[in-house]
Design a protein around this ligand. Structure first.
Ligand code: SAM
Length: 282
C-alpha cells in the first residue's frame, strides 16, 4: 500500500475487529489502515481508545488516512500533510528523482524552484538529497494551508512564497534576485481536465481543494502558463520538469516548440506518468 508506515504492534484481535469495521466502510486497505490509525492513537506508548475511535469515525466518513494521521510517506521521507491540502501522490516520485538528477547536473549551487508546490514534496526530496552543493531552493503555492505544511517539511533556509501562478512568478523571482537565473523548475501543477474532476475518487474531490486538480478544459492551462514563462524565469540551458499524463505531455510539445524551447517527454517505468522536459536553448 502506498503512503504510510507502521511502528506500533497493536494486538491482532483489535486490528482484525477494526479492519472489519473499516472494510464495511469501503476501505480497500482495511488491515493496513487499521494498524496506521491504531499507531496514530498511541500516545507515550499507551493506546488512547477515545482518540482511536475519533480517528476511525473520520475514516468511516471518507476522510483520507493521510489527512487523519497528518503525514504521507514520499520517497523515503515522512511529509506533513493535513485537512484541506493536496496529498502528494506516489507517482510523483518519478518527477522527484528526475528533478534530483537535473539538480545534480546543474553545477554549483543551482537555483531550484518548485512551482505549485503544495506541501513541497519535490523540494523536500531535493533538500534531503543534495547536501554538498546546496541549491538555492524556492517553493511557491497560493494555498496558506499547503504552505504551512511545506514550511514544516523543508529546511529553514528554503524560501517559501505565497503567490498566484503563473502571473506572480516574476515578482517572486525578482524579490529573490533570481529572475532569469532559475536552473531547474519542477511542478506538479493542477492537470486534471475540468470535465473529468468528478471522476476522481471521492477522497480527492471531497477532501482536496478543487483548484489543486482543475487544469482547465484539457488540463494544460497551468502547464502552458509555466512554459510561457520559461524564457523569462530560467537561465540559458535551464530546465523545467512538468508532471502530467503522457497524452497531455505529448499534446503540450508543440506549445513549447513554438516558443523555440527544446522539449521532450520522459516516461516512468510503468509508462503512465510523464515528465515534460522543457529547456531554454543556447
Ligand atoms: C496537484 S497539486 C500539487 C501539489 C504538490 N506539487 C504535490 O505534488 O503534492 C497543485 C497545487 O497547485 C496549487 N495551486 C492551484 N492553483 C494555483 C495558482 N493559481 N497559483 C498558485 N498555486 C496554485 C494548489 O494549491 C496545489 O497545492
Amino acid at each position: 500500500m502506498p503512503g504510510w508506515s507502521i511502528t506500533a504492534e497493536p494486538r491482532a484481535c483489535d486490528v482484525t475487529e477494526l479492519a472489519a469495521r473499516l472494510r464495511r466502510a469501503g476501505c480497500v486497505f482495511a488491515e493496513d489502515e487499521a494498524r496506521i490509525l491504531t499507531d496514530a492513537a498511541i500516545c507515550d506508548g499507551v493506546l488512547d481508545a477515545d482518540l482511536l475511535e475519533t480517528l476511525v469515525r473520520r475514516r468511516e466518513l471518507g476522510e483520507p488516512p493521510e489527512h487523519i494521521v497528518g503525514y504521507v510517506e514520499f520517497a523515503g521521507l515522512r511529509l506533513s500533510v493535513g485537512p484541506g491540502v493536496f496529498i502528494p501522490r506516489q507517482r510523483s516520485v518519478f518527477l522527484a528523482s528526475s528533478t534530483l538528477d537535473a539538480v545534480r547536473d546543474a553545477g554549483e549551487q543551482p537555483v531550484v524552484v518548485e512551482a505549485y508546490c503544495g506541501v513541497a514534496p519535490i523540494a523536500s526530496v531535493i533538500a534531503a538529497g543534495v547536501d554538498a552543493r546546496a541549491p538555492e531552493l524556492i517553493v511557491v503555492d497560493h494555498s496558506p494551508a499547503a504552505l504551512t505544511h511545506a514550511r514544516r517539511n523543508l529546511p529553514a533556509a528554503v524560501r517559501v512564497e505565497r503567490a498566484a501562478l503563473p502571473g506572480e512568478m516574476d515578482a517572486v523571482l525578482r524579490r529573490a534576485g533570481v529572475l532569469g537565473s532559475v536552473d531547474v523548475m519542477a511542478a506538479v501543477a493542477p492537470y486534471v481536465p475540468g470535465t473529468l474532476r468528478d471522476l476522481l475518487p471521492a477522497e480527492a474531490t471531497d477532501h482536496e481543494p478543487a483548484d489543486s486538480h482543475d487544469g482547465g478544459p484539457d488540463g494544460l492551462d497551468a502547464v502552458r502558463g509555466l512554459i510561457d514563462g520559461a524564457r523569462r524565469w530560467c537561465s540559458v540551458r535551464g530546465v523545467m520538469l512538468l508532471e502530467c499524463h503522457r497524452d497531455q505531455a505529448t499534446a503540450a510539445l508543440p506549445h513549447a516548440a513554438d516558443r523555440g524551447l527544446d522539449c521532450r517527454v520522459r516516461l516512468s517505468d510503468d509508462g503512465q506518468t510523464a515528465v515534460l522536459e522543457v529547456r531554454v536553448p543556447r
